[in-house]
Structures are given as structure tokens and as C-alpha cells.
Write a protein that binds this ligand. Structure first.
Ligand code: CA
Ligand code: CA
Ligand code: CA
Length: 445
């Protein structure tokens, strides 16, 4: 596969890059100054710094084959012209679509409920035509993907537009408030009001949108996901100041807030504002009905203390505050959630491993460290594998790209034009596959 050189996309302004990062939660602020910019004895500086890297799109499958695709949005270089989406399909081929203006935020997800991810942008105010700077209404625009015959044309020939949200809102694409894959949802989090608002795309009517207020501070980080077992989005806000998670479950019809926190005795002696949330730690439960065995996933609440390397995970937060606690990692490391829940093989529950990425000095490769963390048990080291990532590489755990239902680890080399590679689950994350390059200014989706 060849790819075009995209160096002409390299004049995006810093301010526009910051806007995109803010709305995509590319940078989630982590609390106090003490947790910032760790350096260890080898002068390795945390990739995390004072921020937690955003997670890429939860689901990104434009050709609907069950395997995650790779995609970027290249913001435009000037007002009045479109940016460009570029999608490398897992089944082969590349989609290139001009869409989105300066200041827009890429928000791909499945809006029309046909199972294929659609290209989309969130316009955070300024008017639908970007000609009314004082307008604060936000808009969503999406282009339904024609996955039967992937092309640059939207499925029905046009882009759909919805007014939904306000300028300050954090767009939350891809959530599922009714448990039906056939219904896409629009959803936003409004930090100043601690407010979550959502409604279905197909029959969207602002007057019937649901909303709920969560937490007691405006320092919440939104961490929505499936924390109970009904396949409907549960709302979680993590308060970086207090270390408390505010959980509003779908099974309570989003009417009851549960507050969870970890005891001070499990943090290695560091106060709670030092802790960082680790999204994606998941338990796959064993469930049997006759001959049918399933492993429904359930997210846990997880914190990692950068100063001490202590992990705390609450695997069933909707029902109890029982937790696992274990030390794994040191200052400067990056914690990763979601690796190693090998559902479907053991006829028993499985739990995400604690995964640490440690960058090397300015010239060497980074390393991934894995350690089991079963329910209530601090397990043995399950493997130490040398990566080939460079010091400034950004690492993400993403959904299955290879077809075995297990996640891959995505590595973005900022020092080589945003080159992307991934480590495969099949190789137990020892094999690196070269994928493609974007640019250092492209937004990896
Ligand atoms: Ca795919
Ligand atoms: Ca779709
Ligand atoms: Ca995989």
C-alpha cells in the first residue's frame, strides 16, 4: 500500500491544535503539580507529564469487518477550506474524504446504527458555516459510510447536521444509552455544570434529550463506559481533586449516584490528588446458560499513583467497593489499561493485566512490562518484553485490529512524521507491525 505525502498539511496553528486536544480530551489534567514531569535517575521524563494521553476512538471500523481500522484527521491550514479524513481500512484500501473546518473536532462513530463507523465532526460554536464567532451553539455533522462499496461519497450522498450541545461541551461520540447497536447517540459533557446530555440521532429532539448532573465539583474527568452488565452506557466522572469516582448506572435509569474511592492505605503513602485514572481495566466475567458460555465485559474503576507505582482497581464498582491493590511501575512510567483479559479460553473470569510502558533515555527503545492482577490478587510477573518504541513515542491500547478479539498496542512515533505501528495480541505483544504514517500534526483517531 502506498500513501501520499501529506507534508503540505503542516501549517496548522498551535492554537488550533490545542483546541482539538482539549475537546478530544487528548490532554486530561491530572491534578497537582507534584504529579507533573517526573524524572527518574536515568533522566527519563514521563510521556504523561501532567496530562494523561487521550484514548483514541473506542470503535473505529469503517468497513464493518470487526477489525479496527486506522484513521487520521488532517486539519485544514486556513479558514474557509476543508480538512481531510484519511482511513486505512483493515480489509484493504484507503478512504479519503474532505470534511471539517478550522476549529472543528473529529468525532467518528456509528451515527446511523448500521455497524460501520461514520466520519463526523463536532463544531463547537461559531455558527454552522463558521461565520458567526459569537454563536455558542454546537453542531454535529456526519457522513454515513457506504461500507458495501467504500468510497469518498457519503452513503446517501449528503452530510447530516444536528444542533446539539454548547461551545464548552466535551463531545462524547459512540456511547450507547439504549443497548441497541442500531441506534446512534449524540452525547456531551458540560464541565461548568457537571452536566451530561444525550439523545438518539435518528429521532433527535432537543426537548426530549436526557440529562443528568454528576458530582460536586467542576474538576471532573468524564470516563463513560460499561460498568454494569446491561450494555448501556454508565456515566462516570472522576474528581481529580478528591480522587472520588461519581458513578451513575444505567440500571438505575441514570437516577442514582454511587461515590467510590480507594483507601489511603493502598496508595503507597501518597495522597489521592497524585493518582491518575487508568481507563480500560476490564473484567470478562464467565457466564453459562446451558451449553452457551459468554464472557461479558465489565469495566472497573482504576487509579495509578505515579510516585509509588501503586495500582488500585475496583472491578465491580456498581455493586461493591472490593478492590485489587498492587505495586507495578515507577515514576516516569505510563500505565495502560485493557491488556490481557483473555476472555473465552479459560471458562473462568479474566482480568486486565497491569501494563506499564517505560520510555528509555533519549536514544534507546522503550519497554512494556506486564503483571497479572486477578481479582483481589497481586499476581506474578507475566512477561517483560522489549519494545522498539523511541523515547517520545505515544502508546495507546486499542480495540482488536487483527481478528482475535484481543486489543492491540498502538505506537505513534512523533519524531518520524507520526509513524504508526502496532504490537499484536497474537504475538503476546512481541511483534511490531509497521502500519502507516500521518504527520506530526495529524489527529490520530
Ligand atoms: Ca475494519
Ligand atoms: Ca454507520
Ligand atoms: Ca488482536
Amino acid at each position: 500500500m502506498t500513501y501520499k505525502h501529506l507534508s503540505y498539511f503542516n501549517s496548522i496553528s498551535d492554537s488550533n491544535a490545542r483546541i482539538i486536544r482539549k475537546y478530544l480530551r487528548y490532554d486530561t489534567q491530572l491534578g497537582t503539580a507534584e504529579a507533573e514531569g517526573h524524572q527518574d535517575t536515568l533522566n527519563r521524563t514521563s510521556r504523561r507529564g501532567q496530562w494523561l494521553n487521550r484514548r483514541p476512538a473506542e470503535v473505529l471500523d469503517f468497513d464493518h469487518d470487526g477489525k479496527r481500522d486506522l484513521a487520521w484527521w488532517f486539519p485544514p491550514t486556513a479558514a474557509g477550506v476543508d480538512g481531510t479524513f484519511e482511513v486505512r481500512l483493515s480489509g484493504g484500501g484507503t478512504l479519503v474524504k474532505s470534511m471539517g473546518r478550522l476549529g472543528d473536532i473529529p468525532v467518528p462513530s456509528d451515527f446511523n446504527g448500521d455497524g460501520a463507523t461514520d466520519l463526523a465532526v463536532f463544531i463547537p460554536g461559531g455558527g454552522i458555516n463558521h461565520d458567526t464567532p459569537t454563536a455558542t451553539q454546537a453542531f454535529w455533522r456526519y457522513c454515513p459510510t457506504n461500507y458495501q462499496s467504500p468510497s469518498t461519497a457519503c452513503l446517501d450522498g449528503s452530510i447530516s447536521t444536528y444542533q446539539f450541545g454548547e461551545r464548552e461541551d466535551v463531545p462524547l461520540p459512540g456511547l450507547d444509552f439504549d443497548g441497541l447497536a442500531s441506534t446512534g447517540h449524540l452525547a456531551v459533557f458540560r464541565p461548568s455544570a457537571r452536566l451530561w446530555v444525550w439523545g438518539p440521532v435518528a429521532s433527535y429532539n432537543p426537548s426530549t434529550a436526557r440529562s443528568v448532573t454528576v458530582g460536586d465539583a467542576t474538576t471532573l474527568v468524564p470516563l463513560p463506559g460499561l460498568y454494569d452488565l446491561d450494555n448501556k452506557t454508565d456515566i462516570v466522572g472522576y474528581d481529580t481533586a478528591t480522587g472520588k469516582f461519581h458513578l451513575v448506572t444505567s440500571t438505575s435509569n441514570w437516577s442514582t449516584t454511587i461515590v467510590r474511592s480507594f483507601p489511603a492505605s493502598h496508595d503507597g503513602g501518597m495522597p489521592v490528588p497524585h493518582a491518575v485514572p487508568v481507563p480500560g481495566m476490564v473484567a470478562h466475567l464467565y457466564s453459562r446458560s446451558g451449553l452457551f458460555v459468554t464472557y461479558p465485559p465489565r469495566l472497573g474503576l482504576a487509579l495509578w499513583w505515579p510516585d509509588t507505582g501503586f495500582w488500585n482497581v475496583m472491578w465491580n464498582p456498581a455493586n461493591n467497593d472490593v478492590r485489587s491493590s498492587c505495586q507495578w511501575g515507577s515514576p516516569g512510567d505510563v500505565p495502560l489499561g485493557g491488556i490481557g483479559s483473555d476472555h473465552g479460553v479459560l471458562l473462568q473470569p479474566s482480568y486486565s493485566r497491569m501494563t506499564i510502558y517505560r520510555s528509555n533515555d533519549y536514544s534507546g527503545n522503550g519497554t512494556f512490562y506486564f503483571r497479572a492482577l486477578d481479582n483481589l490478587t497481586c499476581g506474578s510477573t507475566s512477561g517483560v518484553y522489549a519494545g522498539v518504541a523511541k523515547p517520545r513515542t505515544i502508546v495507546h491500547v486499542v480495540r482488536d485490529m487483527t481478528g482475535d478479539r484481543l486489543p492491540e498496542i498502538l505506537l505513534v512515533n512523533q519524531d518520524n512524521s507520526g509513524e504508526v505501528r502496532y504490537m499484536t495480541s497474537e504475538s503476546n505483544y512481541t511483534t511490531m507491525v509497521s502500519a502507516a504514517a500521518g504527520t506530526h500534526l495529524a489527529v490520530l483517531l
